[in-house]
Design a protein around this ligand. Structure first.
Ligand SMILES: Nc1ncnc2c1ncn2[C@@H]1O[C@H](COP(=O)(O)OP(=O)(O)OP(=O)(O)O)[C@@H](O)[C@H]1O
Ligand SMILES: [Mg+2]
Length: 418
């Protein structure tokens, strides 16, 4: 079966299934069904925080009233033009008589680029003036100055955050339907963490619960790990897109990400923001100076130098860029950290093998490592059968043998032993 987002799978199909913002959803349905071409205000503007049912209300109302929903992407000027051409014309009028009625949804209106592209806003206003179908606009922040002219044509409908006990009960219902046994405390944890955003809560639930039979508080750890990672992305964005040195340094130094790790993140990703060799060189020069300070701190415990580390690795790097930062790149996890932990895992594996060999052969693990291991490794690779016997003799777990020899041979040995 294909994977489906639970937030979509369990999206409300009827207005009565909208929780918490029911009144607002009912207003949407009422507006659509009573709409007349000469009416004022011309449109509804639904507003409020993310994941509280704005888009879902329009979908549910259209479905229930059996309207076709025409969705317009507000930040795509072409899509807006397309609608403007058809929205007030006779051909669309005929659909009123002939076919099903239509409702037009312009979602994420605040995404319209305001100043550079006045066309977007004025195009929208034109749609509102001429439309022969009900139009519903959605925005997170309707008070954005660029929406002033749009607001004049709209009745504002406010959507509120969903209370966390309501979120909990919805999560519980989803678990029931998915056959997941959920610890109520875990559901409360997810609900509270979502801060009123029901979609976020459902997504989090799916992440920890999908394919499992039960979930407990313990399973929520994966969410906090992910939060930390999201946190890093936000900090990186604040650093790379900031223009004010002081704010950039603040973003770096007030984060709860370990500063050495943050420096690795910056080091891994700075190049993506630099367009010219000169910018790139300056950025990595700043990083290398931050690293020098870090070395002095480690060696001499001169913690007072830490502020230089922060300044150089954040503002020093970011302001090396003289051109615009470009689009938001896909930030990479620091490869150095990955490499170090892979190398560490391998060292640990080899260390444990050496100590086991040492015990059996009455030598130190160091001696086992330098004088015995190379031969044992050779035997295993030359003759997996004999190697398997040695692995058994030394009581080495077949899994860790992989750290010693090639994957294929390790698989052979594992097969022989099983
Ligand atoms: N009030 C609600 N009642 C029932 N389900 C909801 C409600 N709010 C959100 N949901 C669930 O969350 C999903 C996302 O909600 P929706 O798309 O309506 O968010 P939104 O308010 O439009 O947010 P955004 O501002 O991010 O677009 C829905 O598909 C549904 O599963
Ligand atoms: Mg939406």
């Amino acid at each position: 079966m294909s994977r489906m987002l639970w937030a979509e799978k369990y999206a409300p199909r009827k207005v009565s299934e909208i929780v918490e913002n029911r009144k607002a959803a009912e207003r949407v349905a009422e507006f659509i069904s009573n709409w007349r071409p000469d009416q004022k205000p011309r449109a509804l503007l639904l507003w409020g925080p993310a994941g509280v049912g704005k888009t879902a209300s329009v979908y549910a109302a259209a479905k229930e009233l059996e309207y076709d929903l025409v969705e317009v992407n507000a930040s795509d000027k072409r899509s807006l033009d397309e609608i403007r051409k058809t929205v007030g014309t006779a051909s669309s009028l005929s659909s009123l008589i002939m076919g099903r009625k239509r409702v037009i949804l312009v979602d994420e209106v605040d995404g319209i680029s305001g100043s550079e592209d006045k066309g977007g806003i004025s195009g929208l206003v034109e749609i509102l003036k001429n439309t022969v179908h009900p139009v519903i606009l959605v925005a997170n922040d309707p008070w954005d100055p660029k929406l002033a002219s749009v607001r004049e044509y709209c009745e504002l409908v406010r959507f509120n955050r969903i209370r966390s006990n309501v979120i909990s009960s919805i999560l519980a219902r989803i678990c029931e339907r998915e056959g997941v046994q959920a610890d109520p405390a875990a559901l409360r944890g997810i609900a509270e963490n979502a801060r009123g955003d029901l979609r976020a809560a459902i997504n989090d639930l799916q992440m920890v619960a999908e394919g499992r039979e039960r979930i407990t508080m313990d399973d929520l750890r994966i969410l906090s790990l992910r939060d930390q990672e999201r946190n890093v992305f936000d900090i990186l964005k604040a650093i790379f897109y900031g223009k004010d040195a002081q704010k950039i340094v603040m973003a770096a130094s007030s984060s709860d990400v370990d500063y050495e790790l943050l420096m690795q993140w910056i080091c891994e990703n700075a190049w993506q923001h630099m367009q010219y060799p000169k910018e790139l060189a300056d950025a990595y020069n700043a990083l290398s100076r931050a690293d020098v300070f870090l070395g002095r701190i480690r060696k001499r415990q001169h913690w007072g130098l830490l502020s230089y580390v922060f300044t150089l690795m954040s503002a020093g790097v970011s302001l090396s860029r003289k051109t615009s930062g470009g689009g938001v790149p896909k930030y990479q996890f620091p490869s150095w950290v990955k490499m170090m932990s892979a190398a560490k895992a391998r060292r640990n594996a080899i260390g444990s093998i050496a100590s086991k060999i040492g015990k059996k052969c009455h030598v130190s693990s160091r001696e086992a490592f330098t004088s015995y291991l190379p031969y044992i490794k050779f035997i295993i690779e030359a003759n997996p059968e004999a190697g398997a016997n040695l692995v058994k003799l030394f009581d080495i777990e077949p899994e860790v043998v992989g750290g010693l020899i090639s994957k294929e041979v390790a698989e052979k040995v594992k097969k022989i032993l099983s």
